[in-house]
Design a protein around this ligand. Structure first.
Ligand SMILES: *[C@@H]1O[C@H](CO)[C@@H](O)[C@H](O)[C@H]1NC(C)=O
Ligand SMILES: *[C@@H]1O[C@H](CO)[C@@H](O)[C@H](O)[C@H]1NC(C)=O
Ligand SMILES: *[C@@H]1O[C@H](CO)[C@@H](O)[C@H](O)[C@H]1NC(C)=O
Ligand SMILES: *[C@@H]1O[C@H](CO)[C@@H](O)[C@H](O)[C@H]1NC(C)=O
Ligand SMILES: *[C@@H]1O[C@H](CO)[C@@H](O)[C@H](O)[C@H]1NC(C)=O
Ligand SMILES: *[C@@H]1O[C@H](CO)[C@@H](O)[C@H](O)[C@H]1NC(C)=O
Length: 369
């Protein structure tokens, strides 16, 4: 019995050591910021985050160098020192690319070792010159099997380069991340390079949103559901796909949106999920920041707000306007899901859309210490 007790203690100690030291990274509570997003850098409440992503640096399609556009040079160079005034331990990453970037430039850059080297060397240079702690690749999206192979080479070479740069400079090694599809295959077809992601990135940001939008569906829906009983796109199915493909839970960071989409109902009395609709309510394909949705709810008499715990989303409707979005309960449930499933953390796109930091605060409270 005595030796069994000792063995038990030994295993408990090993277990605690494993939890504390095997995964070099503590929880990630992150958000993206970009210029003209509705908040200035000095107004960011960085105490609510462990990591902040500054978006976006560009890929020059000619030189294959990472550059910062002239209008962003000054804000980006001030980003890290400014957000660290309120939270000296917050880590900043420079995000490269984004949804509006030139996909073929990424594809072309990744296809040749000389252009991958231009990308890698210039990215490190730009990160160091501007005081960032890491780099985030936001290639939306690789579109073929060869893109995925080339992406794997890029990530492995990038990791080797930041490692040797850290040894030569004596600085802490740059963090490397990527924003990726919610699921491990883009469009259900092209599998991400799983081994390279696992060995060469600190983590990946799963963009678990934009599953539906008014220009693609004439039925109301929440664009970032956590569950979908009918088996279509959902945050939980994306996490399961990445896990099944072989990526450790501790490499996964779950994304949720601080924006929603508005649809125009065909019939004001038919206002549930999957109700017939006639395209977007409002400009920008009906996209609305959380703060504008809260204003709409406050200012529109008779607005009804619903939380659906089966799919995990909020929606509200008034007259023929229907908006699906993430409110307090949705965010808290997603954060708990991420924590309970052993994920590394969560991120929000984007922090300028929050309403006086209520969702950001809700998220960090839901994760706990
Ligand atoms: C996008 O990138 C491709 C490949 O590098 C390039 O040929 C094309 O000119 C770029 N398009 C724009 C609009 O810059
Ligand atoms: C590309 O970036 C590298 C590394 O930062 C730099 O040495 C080189 O001059 C840049 N090339 C161009 C054309 O800007
Ligand atoms: C949605 O309905 C509008 C108006 O009836 C129509 O113009 C549009 O093509 C429909 N969109 C889709 C994705 O079916
Ligand atoms: C929540 O959404 C699901 C899926 O659309 C639906 O079947 C269910 O009835 C909804 N629950 C409530 C309480 O509205
Ligand atoms: C914003 O939130 C803070 C802290 O919760 C609160 O003190 C303040 O009154 C809020 N401001 C507005 C405009 O709601
Ligand atoms: C969300 O939660 C915050 C507290 O974390 C609270 O102040 C706010 O009123 C809540 N908002 C809604 C819409 O429930």
């Amino acid at each position: 019995m005595a030796s069994r007790a000792k063995l038990c203690i030994l295993f408990s100690v090993l277990y605690i050591l494993h939890l504390n030291f095997c995964h070099g990274q503590n929880a990630v509570k992150a958000g993206y910021w970009f210029p003209d997003s509705g908040i200035e850098i000095p107004d960011i409440d960085s105490t609510l985050f462990t990591h902040l992503f500054c978006a976006f640096a560009d890929l020059d399609s000619q030189t294959k160098n990472v550059t910062i556009s002239s209008s962003n040079t000054s804000p980006f160079s001030q980003f890290t020192k400014t957000v660290q005034l309120k939270n000296p331990s917050v880590k900043t990453l420079l995000s490269i690319g984004g949804g509006n970037a030139n996909k073929s430039a990424f594809s072309s850059m990744a296809s040749q070792s000389t252009s991958r080297k231009s990308f890698i060397d210039s990215s490190i240079n730009v990160a160091r010159t501007n005081g960032f702690y890491g780099l985030d690749l936001d290639w939306e999206y690789p579109q073929s099997a060869s893109d995925m192979t080339n992406l794997g080479n890029l990530l492995d070479e990038w990791q080797a380069a930041v490692s040797s740069e850290a040894k030569n400079s004596g600085n802490p090694q740059l963090i490397l991340t990527a924003a990726v599809s919610y699921s491990s295959k883009v469009d259900g077809l092209y599998q991400y390079p799983i081994p390279s992601i696992s060995r060469s990135l600190d983590w990946i940001n799963l963009m678990a949103y934009d599953f539906y939008a008014p220009d693609r569906s004439n039925f109301t829906n929440c664009h970032a559901v956590l569950y979908d009983p009918s088996g279509q796109a959902s945050g939980s199915s994306g996490v399961a796909a990445w896990r099944k493909a072989g990526v450790a839970a501790k490499k996964l960071v779950l994304g949720f949106p601080f924006y929603g989409y508005g649809w125009l109902l065909v019939n004001a009395n038919n206002h549930g999920l999957l109700a017939p609709a006639n395209g977007p309510a409002g400009p920008d394909n009906g996209a609305k920041r959380y703060k504008d949705i809260r204003d709409f709810i406050a200012q529109t008499r008779g607005t009804v707000v619903v939380y659906n715990s089966t799919v995990v989303c909020n929606y509200c409707y008034a007259g023929t306007t229907w908006i699906g979005y993430d409110d307090n309960q949705t965010v808290a449930t997603k954060v708990s899901f991420a924590k309970q499933n052993g994920l590394l953390g969560y991120f929000a796109w984007h922090i300028g859309a929050d309403n006086n930091w209520t969702l950001s605060r809700q998220a960090t409270q839901a994760w706990g210490a």
